[in-house]
Design a protein around this ligand. Structure first.
Ligand code: FES
Ligand SMILES: [Fe+2]
Length: 313
């Protein structure tokens, strides 16, 4: 259980929030690389940390992530024309390059240099491991590029997918940490759906399958099983009403680490997870001798070792 102020602290990630500042010190995934497949392809809307942005790939392949709204009178640049190294607002023709700099205001004389004075908010966007990553924090703290194992192996060694889930990030993250739900919610699908492939978007609840036990909840596909219950809690679950048990220990520890890192950052302490060395971690399943602490006995299995397959039982 969290107090209301703790729940607010840990779930709010917009600009000028403590948790938002923490997120903004890391490279975060913005899009799949496939979503901007070619130069001058259609722009893509992306909302990150409560900021509405638009991403595009210009005529020379440069990637841009800029404010979604035109600084003239606020039209969405998602409707823009992606042409000749810039995104042009279709309302009155103002044009912006990948850095957000306005490069053309057709109604004003060029000599006035009016366009030079207009610049949209923009963030770097880089491709790595089939993902387009962005960094939305202070320029002076720009970290090294992400070194997560999946982002560094050859493309044929990874599978990347994306789905929309209408709830706060923490509900999804806590679902990922929560090992005890796997034996219930996913019990019918562990062999058949290991890569979450083919999961469908509407939940398509099947009460007969639920009754028969073909699927435990009646929803098919591991990812949608998770999404259905995490969304069912509402956009931001009220954690003051929880009754946690011992199997929620991982979640409790993760919450405390997040809140600690956010509070420490406000005091100027460098956050964890930014250094590439912190990213050299992989998931693993191992059976440990009962007399050895998890931290020591599982350390090797949880560490990325090139050429060594992940540990599995
Ligand atoms: S609103 Fe975009 S050019 Fe006028
Ligand atoms: Fe799950």
């Amino acid at each position: 259980m969290l107090r209301k102020e703790q729940n607010d602290l840990i779930t709010q990630t917009g600009p000028k929030t403590a948790m938002g500042d923490l997120f903004r010190r890391h490279w975060i995934p913005a899009l799949l690389a496939d979503e901007l497949p070619a130069n001058d392809c259609p722009p893509v809307r992306v909302k990150l940390l409560s900021e509405r942005l638009v991403a595009f790939r210009d005529s020379e392949g440069r990637l841009g992530l800029i404010d979604e709204f035109c600084p003239h009178r606020g039209a969405s640049l998602w409707f823009g024309r992606n042409e000749k190294c810039g995104l042009r607002c279709p309302y009155h023709g103002w044009k912006f390059d990948v850095s957000g700099q306005c490069v053309e205001v057709p109604s004003e004389p060029v000599e006035s240099k009016f366009a030079d004075k207009i610049k949209l908010k923009s963030y770097p966007l880089v491709e790595r491991g089939g993902v387009l990553w962005t960094y939305m924090g202070p320029v002076e703290f720009l970290p090294p590029l992400p070194e997560w194992e999946f982002a560094t192996v050859p493309a044929k060694h990874r599978f990347i997918s994306k789905r929309f889930q209408e709830c706060n990030y923490l509900q999804a993250m806590e679902g990922g940490i929560d090992s005890s739900h796997v034996s219930f919610l996913h019990s019918g699908n562990l062999e058949s759906d290991p890569l979450f492939k083919g999961a469908r978007g509407n939940y398509l609840m099947d009460r007969e399958a639920q009754r028969q036990g073909t699927t435990y909840s009646g929803v098919e596909g591991i990812a949608i099983q998770d999404g259905s219950l995490q969304e069912s809690m509402g956009p931001i679950v009220d954690r003051t009403k929880e009754n946690l048990v011992s199997t929620d220990n991982g979640i409790i520890m993760a919450r405390h680490r997040l809140m600690k890192a956010a509070k420490e950052l406000a005091k100027g302490i460098f956050p964890p997870g930014v250094e590439p060395a912190h990213q050299k971690v992989r998931s693993a399943s191992v059976i440990l001798p009962p007399d050895q602490p998890f931290k020591d006995a599982a350390r090797e299995a949880l560490t990325v070792r090139k050429g060594v397959a992940p540990a599995s039982v």
